[in-house]
Design a protein around this ligand. Structure first.
Ligand code: SD4
Length: 291
């Protein structure tokens, strides 16, 4: 395989299809990541990412995103960003800075405005109405935990460059200022051209206890295949956390190594999309492998 892209959830099919065209044409993997994620961020039908995403407990859409370059190990990330059409583009821009690579809240908003990123009211009337109804009915833990889905992707181009990107509105009814795993290096993503890229989706509060992307990268560096590394990192972690705390949220990971081999592990039913020079964009379903 000479290039490939893998992304979480079926919602990324159209974005991955566009990104695959770019990779096929020889464009860099960073561009492919941005293209794939922006497609999901633009689509109000997907209410866990970008425009039309679920608001927090105060009725405000707060956006998390991150971008990582596996060549330089540069990272850019935003959390609690407001009313910017493409959080992934802001994160990518931040990855080019020497300092101040991870910005939160009003600092992230000011950076995005200063750099001319498109402002947009990210709260749709539909989501505002949905939020109003949910507030009146008292949302349960179950409702909150079943309303998530981060778009998180890894791309490898024909020159062996790996990039990762994540973008999400986080969990529904999250507290103002709550940060999930998606913008956190090591917890939501990690990427190294010499090894692999790894990204997660699921309950951020649990994912950040596992540091799975960093762990999986190290396992691959030490000789495991991406599938072996995902299995070895994810299942002992979810079993252990379940036994220690008595509950666990969704935990799903995908990995793509520098040779184009991929792996996946999950404790819930989980869909993901792959496209390579040998495989048309295809949606796969991974079955729950542990708690
Ligand atoms: C978060 N991990 O903010 C994100 C939500 C998510 O699949 O991925 N859901 O906790």
């Amino acid at each position: 395989m000479t290039w490939g892209i893998i992304s979480t959830w079926q919602m990324s099919l159209a974005g991955v299809t566009k990104a695959a065209e770019q990779l096929r044409a020889g464009r860099p993997s960073g561009d492919a990541i941005q293209t794939a994620l922006e497609d999901v961020e633009s689509n109000p039908a997907f209410n866990t990412v970008g425009y039309g995403g679920l608001p927090n407990a105060e009725g405000t859409v707060e956006l998390d995103a991150a971008f990582m370059n596996g060549d330089t190990l540069s990272i850019g990330a935003v959390t609690a960003l407001h009313d910017i059409a493409h959080p992934i583009a802001v994160a990518r821009n931040l990855s080019h800075e020497q300092l101040n690579n991870f910005l939160a809240g009003s600092g992230a908003d000011a950076y995005a405005q200063r750099h001319g990123f498109t402002s947009k009211n990210m709260l749709t009337p539909e989501m505002q109405a949905f939020w109003g109804k949910q507030v009146r009915k008292n949302v349960t833990r179950h409702d909150v935990l079943n309303t998530h889905d981060t778009v998180a992707a890894i791309s490898l181009d024909h020159r062996g460059r790996l990039h990762t990107g994540t973008s999400t509105t986080g969990i529904f009814m999250k507290a103002k200022g709550r940060i999930g795993d998606a913008p956190l290096p090591g917890a939501g993503f990690y990427c190294d051209n010499q090894v692999a890229g790894v990204v997660t989706t699921g309950l951020g509060e649990d994912l950040m206890k596992g540091m799975l992307p960093f762990k999986i990268n190290e396992l691959i560096r030490n000789g495991a295949t991406p599938q072996e590394a995902c299995d070895q990192a994810v299942y002992p972690f979810v079993d252990s956390l379940y036994h220690r705390s008595g509950h666990i949220g969704a935990v799903s990971v995908v990995a793509l190594d520098k040779h184009g081999n991929w792996g996946v592990a999950t404790n819930t039913e989980f869909t993901f999309v792959i496209a390579t020079d040998e495989l048309q964009p295809t949606v796969f379903t991974a079955e729950r492998g542990a708690h």
